[in-house]
Write a protein that binds this ligand. Structure first.
Ligand SMILES: Cc1cc2nc3c(=O)[nH]c(=O)nc-3n(C[C@H](O)[C@H](O)[C@H](O)COP(=O)(O)OP(=O)(O)OC[C@H]3O[C@@H](n4cnc5c(N)ncnc54)[C@H](O)[C@@H]3O)c2cc1C
Length: 413
């Protein structure tokens, strides 16, 4: 039997494309090289899957996707955030909205998101084959004629969709295989690079802060002493730097090897220096007879205190009422501008997404059909469009996958 559609890659984009085309009556084969589909989807949102972002105005969504955001306009119009939520809710997956408009399943389980997609495929007769890795794509003039699997089996269909993702977290299967095929087919690939990555810093005291997670903090990124960006929210210290949503978003501004970068953590963004000073003086009055080292409990998380004491260079045994104004100012400096020298960002092994991919000028934004190869569609992270943390990247998969699947299903040969 010749399939109407072969989808390569059973991640969120491939599952959506396959399910939707099947729903419209296409005979679909979905190929996945891992033993099971959706490995990366399972680790999204720390296993909770941040499905999307509760920004119902498509224009507002598009702003988040940077310079290629306009490419998504039609796809988001055809399958918006509201329709995405409705897609999951109508299939029994209740959703909730958390801080930063992040949409999660109420169950907090990414398995439930994957199960919903698998059921969608199953209900629509999609044949899923796992442990099959596509090796090569053959073309005749401007059409794909067949695909060759490792093991040399050849398969053919009327149409094909490449949904193989990017190169980040290669252990999940996204190893960038498609870039080579796509160049062979005549597409141009915008250089793939790791994005949304943890940041490495030079300070040795970071070891002592490892695992400390901060909420409601503001971190700014400085390039050659010039402020580049700042983000408010959550972050976490690692043994060699920082990670968490705020840091992942800031990492995208670190691009120039010849620049020197610095992070500045504001531990008390809600308090300006003057109010912070009053607060510190109040604390010190309260702890009047205590030693300085025992007076910071209400100001700082426990594990941060030894690091602050080390950096402040104040006699830690002195009585708190003997701390001078100058020493207090040093404490305020540290609280408002805790500086970390950036060594570099992580590579693909820890990048949340890949920036770059198939040049979107070569793809029809209304259908996700290649403008170069007649019977080829593209969906998900393989495309050169990406967003910040907060559910924006999965929304690309849902919208592009739905649009590709709809177009293929509506035009069965
Ligand atoms: C740790 C982590 C957390 C994340 N959390 C979130 C989040 O909460 N919210 C969010 O919006 N985004 C999140 N992301 C990003 C999101 O997971 C990706 O953008 C998304 O998975 C991309 O989906 P995709 O279907 O395009 O590609 P993938 O999910 O990468 O799927 C591609 C599939 O293709 C298969 N494949 C590749 N090559 C071949 C081949 N040759 N033959 C057969 N199959 C092949 C792969 O095995 C893989 O299963 C996170 C990413 C990571 C790494």
């Amino acid at each position: 039997m010749k399939y109407d559609l072969i989808v390569i890659g059973a991640g969120p984009a491939g599952l959506m494309t396959a399910g939707r085309a099947g729903e419209l009556g296409a005979r679909v084969l979905l190929l996945e090289k891992n033993p099971s589909p959706g490995l990366k989807l399972l680790i999204t949102g720390k296993g909770r899957c941040n499905i999307s972002n509760n920004t119902f105005e498509s224009r507002e969504m598009i702003k988040q996707y940077g310079q290629n955001g306009a490419f998504l306009f039609s796809a988001l119009h055809q399958f918006s955030v509201a329709e995405t939520v409705d897609f999951f809710e109508s299939r029994g997956l209740k959703t909730k909205v958390e801080r930063g408009n992040r949409i999660f399943p109420v169950s907090d389980k990414s398995q439930d998101v994957l199960a919903t997609l698998l059921k969608y495929c199953q209900d629509n007769n999609v044949e899923i084959r796992t442990n099959v890795s596509v090796k090569e794509i053959k073309k005749e003039s401007n059409k794909i004629s067949s695909i060759v699997l490792h093991g040399d089996t050849e398969l053919s269909a009327y149409k094909y969709c490449i949904a193989t993702g990017g190169k980040s977290y290669p252990a999940t299967g996204s190893s960038g295989d498609a870039y080579i095929w796509l160049e062979g087919l005549g597409h141009s690939i915008v250089r793939p690079r790791p994005a949304l990555t943890p940041i490495n810093c030079q300070e040795s005291f970071l070891e002592k802060l490892e695992g400390l997670s901060l909420k409601n903090i503001e971190i700014s990124l400085w390039e050659n002493d010039k402020k580049q960006a700042s983000e408010f929210g959550e972050a976490i210290f690692t043994a060699s730097g920082m990670s968490g949503p705020v840091i992942l978003n800031l990492s995208n501004h670190i691009a120039n090897r010849n620049s020197s970068y610095e992070l500045q953590v504001d531990w008390k963004p809600a308090l300006d220096r003057e109010i912070l000073d009053k607060r510190i003086q109040n604390d010190f009055r309260k702890f009047n007879n205590k030693q300085f080292k025992n007076s910071l409990d209400e100001l700082l998380p426990k594990s941060a205190i030894p690091v602050f004491l080390e950096l402040l260079k104040v006699d830690i045994n002195k009585q708190v009422n003997l701390v001078t104004r100058e020493e207090r100012n040093r404490l305020i400096d540290l609280l408002k501008e805790f500086k970390l020298k950036v060594s570099w960002v992580h590579g693909f092994e820890k990048a949340i997404i890949t920036r770059g991919g198939v040049n979107v000028k070569e793809v029809d934004p209304k259908t996700m059909q290649s403008k170069i190869i007649d019977n080829l569609y593209l969906a998900g992270e393989v495309l050169d469009v990406d967003g910040p943390t907060g559910g924006y990247n999965l929304q690309i998969c849902w919208s592009s996958g739905y649009v590709a699947g709809s177009n293929i299903g509506q035009n069965i040969e």
